[in-house]
Design a protein around this ligand. Sequence first.
Ligand code: HEC
Length: 287
Amino acid sequence: MKQSLIGALCAMAVMGGAFAQTPKKPVAKPTRQTAPAVEAKDAATIEFEKFRAEMEDSNPAELFEMKGEEQWKTKRGPNNVALAESCDLGQGVGKIEGAYVKMPRYFADADAVMDAERRIVWCMVEKQGFKFEDIAKTPFANETFTPDITNLVTYVAGHSRNMKIAVPLKEPKVREAYEIGKEIAAYRAGPYDFSCNTCHGADGKRIRMQQLPNLSTAKGAMSGVQGWPGYRMTGGVMLTHQWRMGDCFRQQRFPQPKYASDAVAYLLTYMIGNANGQVYKGPGIKR
Ligand code: HEC
């Protein structure tokens, strides 16, 4: 894949900046700044694991799944149709069982490779008649608001619980998206000349208390997939993979990519594709 295409994609991300999500100020994490590096991190990880174990019986993600189910089944939008009767996630109209773990995939009707969130947005626009610009105005949750799309993605993801990730990488369009995603992950630019791989391209990297998964390995990629969409304890909000990608562009000091754009779908194809064969446990809890 040519460098120029990657450059163009990144330029698109820049141009999309005006439409993109205003970067949210991360909620202050005082302990992270003051904690002495290694021991504190491990103690914090242990604490978090304990908390997650306790939460497992009452996973907050389920509340969002329930809302998403209602929204999936209800006739909505200017066209007054339900996604359940109009939206094909690759398994047939309305079928959601196992759909999440088989995306991103290529959709001929849209002539695009789409991750789950991008596809559901596409259905909301094309089938229900919502305006893309309206959805893209506030695509991610904050402390007081959860967009419908987040509920819907969480609902759909919940119907792939305990299934193996199976991105159809043999399909040529998906393979191409994977290759571009791989290039984007390696593309260095911005004020610090970072790429995704600067932080996520080797084993054992960490920033403050965070262990950074190596997205080029199956295990590392899976830790970037597991638990998303996730209820984030930092801020107490439900967030999706699209959010995670956008926020890491921010980590990288890049402009945020346009919501539901090619660049994000390609990166997700690369990362989720690398996790093929691993078991997805469903929407979860993230730190
Ligand atoms: C400057 C370092 C840095 C760069 C560059 C960076 N990230 Fe991250 N990434 C992080 C940190 C730190 C976290 C953990 C954030 C948190 O949990 O608050 C993270 C978390 C993630 C996660 C979630 C991991 C999990 O456990 O769920 C994914 C996926 C991810 N990054 C992907 C990317 C991609 C794709 C890029 C390139 C667009 C990228 N990152 C660029 C630092 C970086």
